[in-house]
Design a protein around this ligand. Sequence first.
Ligand code: NCD
Length: 347
Amino acid sequence: MNRSEVAVMITDSVLDRAVRLPKRSYRLDSFSPNPAGHLTKTQNFAGRDIVSIRDFSKEEIDHILDMAEVMEPLARDGSDMLHGKIMATLFYEPSTRTRLSFESAMTRLGGAALGFAETKGTSVEKGENLADTVRVVENYADVLVVRHPLEGAARMAAEFSKTPVINAGSGAEEHPTQALLDLYTMRKELGKIDGLNIGLVGDLRYGRTVHSLAYALSLYKVNLFLIAPETLKMRKEVLEEVSKKIGVKETASFSQYLRELDVIYMTRIQKERFADLAEYEKVKGSYRLTAAELGKAKKSSIVMHPLPRLDEVDADVDATAHAKYFQQVGHGVVLRMALLALVLGTL
Ligand code: NCD
């Protein structure tokens, strides 16, 4: 039985129960996604940490995307799949989408969410270190979602925690769940990932989403176009690993490859990560995508952005058929529902 057959089996199983039981009150406590032992070892996520996208094989990533598809009806109708489970969010950096979509995902699956959105008012202000905070909060929750300004913080949290840790952004390093929802968005909006020409545009040095995304895309048959000002070029270690596996072209010119791209993935220049603000001033506003500029792009091309945007995507793009960044936000919910259900052993 292959992966998509497993997905169909699970979808059928979830939906069967959904129609048999009254809306919003069905439980999947006796639900086993693996009744005949069909799931392979790589599809078993129970208790696993999600720290780096590099910890996952293509088969595992595809399985997560399949499970996000399974979550679509549950996102609409609600579910008790994670009833009795608690997620804690430990956010040491600002966030709107990531934290709220995790909370929404948990709530839509019938679970509960607690945590902090800033360190103000917590014991971090008194000097408590991450390792201690993690060993405290794991007593209150079944899964920890951690965002921290330091690279390596999520890995460290995972090492100290007995409950699974999901990395919601570790400094400029990685943002694996964003990469997963980005892949899911490409699959949903363009029907496939293989064969695409994908341009990552903007801050490829400090932008953590593009690091995780580039690693993830290197597992597929895609061409990558890295479009960044000289000082914000893709991190060396990412470029080295990715360019061993797929075709990569680097340029500072936004227009050079524009007409070849299927996905135009715009990013914000990460002001907060510059050691020297004078350097930020030199590159801010480097690229600005407008509806007029998109006239030169493929008709079918899509514009993505992890958000928040500043001026890199003009508001006049919003009304074009290319704009998919708000759909991308929606895809983040089902993707995170799937991740939580997988890590908590319910899928
Ligand atoms: C991104 C982040 O925090 O890395 N936002 C997000 O999670 N969607 C991108 C950014 O802040 O520019």
